[in-house]
Structures are given as structure tokens and as C-alpha cells.
Design a protein around this ligand. Structure first.
Ligand code: ADP
Ligand code: ASP
Ligand code: MG
Length: 409
């Protein structure tokens, strides 16, 4: 007998029928003799609908009140799923984040989980009940409702699994595993049986929304066995593996992309020590996270150009802050572009294979795609390109690296 945490995402609980189908799946797992804790998302579209309501009332909603509102989506689902389980003859109890004491910090809309008190859940499991927990939400020290950022139910599930020392955390979604890239963009994308934890971490942080990055971080920190599967079809899904040896010996695991990037450049700033700090200090003070950074050597030796990327939501604020800085520094000009995307190749095999970057650049050049920025790390290469080339770029790289075929080197 094992303890399994199952998480069902928005599409998987998107209608009464889907919730009933989830209840049947949970019941089957129970019938195999396992204890089950289920974490659910809001029904698909519900979180967006609630955010829309908030914005209609207040264009920049007060973060605390936004959390009170958007946490309601998951409360609807836990109650309906518990009812569906009871109706199917499977005893169940539902709990909100505050009831199971999912403690977070106070960063509304992007809170981080601090700890979970598993005691309450334990009692129900001993009594033979399925426990249904609302994903995406928690409470801070003062008892305020918090939410964990979009896609946060993944993190709730992994954190529950870590707190309860579950044998496996299963993430049920609308695709049957982790693919070489988003199958909605490249229909030839191939499902991976396994992906290393490190690769999954990179894929998630570079934009693959199949798992929230914090969920992967949690799984790594607490060594939670994690699997992504379909709630619509049977199958083994994809195992996030902590051992590199057993993983397909491919150079590249997959391609990730982030559509919500924006680029800012300040041209003709004096080329002096401390300039990066002077430019980026005010950006970080405005609570804006910077992603890629490039400083060019200017045409003359006295000035330079400085470019960085931010999340598109932060673009307007970043531009305003940068204009003020540019004036103080007597820079020549400030330019911005919010029609860019970041495309990344990820694979632990890069460590031992040279020439991946040039192969990548060649594939993009063949399609006439201009690379605007490049950044690399040990197991990833990212490029910034124009938004209009996103699909073409993904497909070109998928083809160039033969990702549709299983590669054994
Ligand atoms: P859920 O509501 O179940 O949490 P999400 O929409 O958050 O589901 O995540 C699943 C989606 O992630 C898929 O429908 C797919 O479009 C997208 N996705 C992006 N990259 C990948 C990838 N590499 N493999 C699988 N799915 C991916
Ligand atoms: N309902 C939340 C969202 O749409 C959390 C989740 O689905 O993981 O982002
Ligand atoms: Mg999700």
C-alpha cells in the first residue's frame, strides 16, 4: 500500500462529467489499496474569469483582495469532487488551503509555501477517506488568504506530497506527459518516457507550462517522485528522474519557449565601472525581475549599449524607470520591443557535445530568423527572436535536432 498524491488541472475538472471521471480514477486507485490525497485546480477558465471580474472593478486589483477572489475557484472544485466521490461510494472530505494549514509567506499573488501541517489529513486517511485539497492557495502568518501564482496547483501537490512523504506525486493534465516541445505548437512533438529533474527544471523555467517551476524545485529539494500523466487516457506518462543514467541518451531533451518577454535597450551610455548597477538597480527596486542581459562594446570606446529582457507585464513600468535612468546618465536613447519571444534548447547532453549552439544558429538562419540576443548555460541555449517567428523557429529546431525520433547515440 502506498500514499499517492494526485493533482488534476483545470481541463481535467472542467465540467461535471470530467469531475465524475476524476472521481472514478481516484476510486480505482483506492481499490488498488492506496491512500489518496487529491489536489485540484479551478475548473478551466475560472481563474481567468475571476481575474477579469477583478480588473473590471479595479484595473490594478489590490493583491490581497485579488487572492481572496481567485482562491474561490479551487473551493468550488474541491466540494464538487468530494461530492462526486461520495456519490460513487468513496468516502471523501474536502479542505481549503487554510484548513489544511498550507502556510505561505505574504507575497500575495505569488506566495511561496513555507510548510504544511499534515496532521489533519493523516486522520482522514486513517479513517479510510480520500482527502481533497484546494490547490493554488494557502494562508500567511496573519491568516490572510494567499495564492501561489498561475499554475500553482502543481506546487501545492508536490508540497503536499513532500509534507506527507508520499510515495509518488502524479500530475494529471490534458496531455499524456512531458513532450519534446509543446505539442500544440509542434504536432510532431514526441512524449518522453523520462526526463531528468535538471532538464525539467530548465524547461519549466524557460516557459514550458506543463509544470510550474516551483513544483519542480520542490520535487528536487524533497526528492518527491514526480510523474506527469493524462487524465483522459491511460498510460505511464513521463517520470521526472533524479538519475541521469536511465534517461534516453539524447543530446537535446526538448525545446521551451516563453511568449511573454519584452526587451529594453539603452543606447549610448558612458562605458564606466558601475554602469550595469546604475541601470539595473532602479529596475530591481521597482520589483521587476530581469532575465537576459547583454552589454555591447560601443562603436567608440567611451559609450556602450545595454539591453535586457523583462516579463511583458512589467514592460511599461520598466520603460518608464529606464527613461528616468537614461536621462540621469545622459544616455543617447532608450528603445523597447514587446514583440519578442525566447526560444530555448534544453538537454544534459550538451555538456558532452560540442557544436550544439552553432547547429541551432544554423537551423534558425536557414529559415531567415534573426537572433536578437543569446544566452547559454551548461544545459541550455536561449535566443530572443521576433514573436512572429516563434512557430517556425520551434519547428525548425525540432527538425534540426531530430526530436521526433527517439535518439540513441
Ligand atoms: P493544467 O491545467 O492541467 O495544469 P496546463 O495548461 O497548465 O494544464 O499545462 C498543460 C499544457 O502544457 C499542455 O496542454 C501543453 O499545451 C503545455 N505544454 C507546454 N510545453 C509542454 C511540453 N514540453 N510537454 C507537454 N505539454 C506542454
Ligand atoms: N487555477 C490556477 C490557475 O489557473 C492554478 C492552477 O490551475 O494550477 O493558474
Ligand atoms: Mg498547469
Amino acid at each position: 500500500m502506498a500514499l499517492i498524491v494526485q493533482k488534476y488541472g483545470g481541463t481535467s475538472v472542467g465540467s461535471v462529467e470530467r469531475i465524475q471521471a476524476v472521481a472514478q480514477r481516484v476510486k480505482r486507485t483506492r481499490a488498488q489499496g492506496h491512500d489518496v490525497v487529491v489536489v485540484v485546480s479551478a475548473m478551466s477558465g475560472e481563474t481567468d474569469r475571476l481575474i477579469g471580474l477583478a480588473r473590471a472593478v479595479q484595473p490594478q486589483p489590490v493583491p490581497r483582495e485579488l487572492d481572496v477572489l481567485i482562491a474561490t475557484g479551487e473551493q468550488v472544485t474541491i466540494a464538487l469532487l468530494a461530492m462526486a466521490l461520495e456519490a460513487a461510494g468513496c468516502p471523501a472530505r474536502s479542505y481549503t488551503g487554510s484548513q489544511v494549514q498550507i502556510h505561505t509567506d505574504s507575497a500575495h499573488n505569488k506566495a511561496r509555501i513555507r510548510d504544511i501541517d499534515g496532521a489533519r489529513v493523516g486522520g482522514d486517511l486513517e479513517a479510510g477517506r480520500v482527502v481533497v485539497v484546494a490547490g493554488f492557495q494557502g494562508i500567511d502568518r496573519a491568516g490572510n488568504i494567499t495564492t501561489l501564482g498561475r499554475g500553482g496547483s502543481d506546487t501545492s501537490a508536490v508540497a503536499m506530497a513532500a509534507a506527507l512523504k508520499a510515495d509518488e506525486c502524479q500530475i494529471y493534465t490534458d496531455v499524456d506527459g512531458v513532450y519534446t516541445t509543446d505539442p500544440r505548437i509542434e504536432p510532431r512533438a514526441r512524449k518522453l518516457d523520462r526526463i531528468t529533474f535538471e532538464e525539467m527544471l530548465e524547461m519549466a523555467s524557460l516557459g514550458s507550462k506543463v509544470l510550474q517551476i516551483r513544483a519542480v524545485e520542490f520535487a528536487g529539494k524533497y526528492r518527491v517522485p514526480l510523474r506527469v500523466l493524462s487524465s483522459f487516457r491511460e498510460g505511464e506518462g513521463t517520470l521526472i528522474s533524479f538519475e541521469e543514467d536511465n534517461v534516453e541518451d539524447a543530446k537535446i531533451a526538448g525545446i521551451a519557449f516563453a511568449k511573454d518577454e519584452a526587451k529594453l535597450t539603452v543606447l549610448g551610455v558612458p562605458d564606466q565601472p558601475g554602469i550595469a548597477h546604475k541601470i539595473l538597480g532602479p529596475i530591481s527596486e521597482a520589483n521587476i525581475e530581469v532575465d537576459m542581459i547583454v552589454q555591447n562594446v560601443g562603436a567608440d570606446s567611451t559609450t556602450t549599449d545595454f539591453t535586457f529582457t523583462v516579463h511583458r507585464n512589467d514592460y511599461d513600468t520598466a520603460l518608464q524607470v529606464l527613461r528616468e535612468t537614461a536621462e540621469q546618465l545622459s544616455a543617447r536613447e532608450v528603445a523597447g520591443d514587446e514583440t519578442i519571444v525566447k526560444l530555448s534548447l534544453v538537454g544534459v547532453g550538451m555538456r558532452s557535445h560540442a557544436g550544439i549552439a552553432s547547429q541551432m544558429f544554423e537551423a534558425l538562419a536557414r529559415e531567415g530568423i534573426n537572433i536578437r540576443m543569446i544566452s547559454t548555460s551548461e544545459i541550455k541555449i536561449s535566443v530572443v527572436i521576433d514573436e512572429k517567428y516563434l512557430e517556425l523557429g520551434v519547428r525548425a529546431l525540432h527538425e534540426a535536432f531530430g526530436l521526433a525520433e527517439k535518439t540513441i547515440l
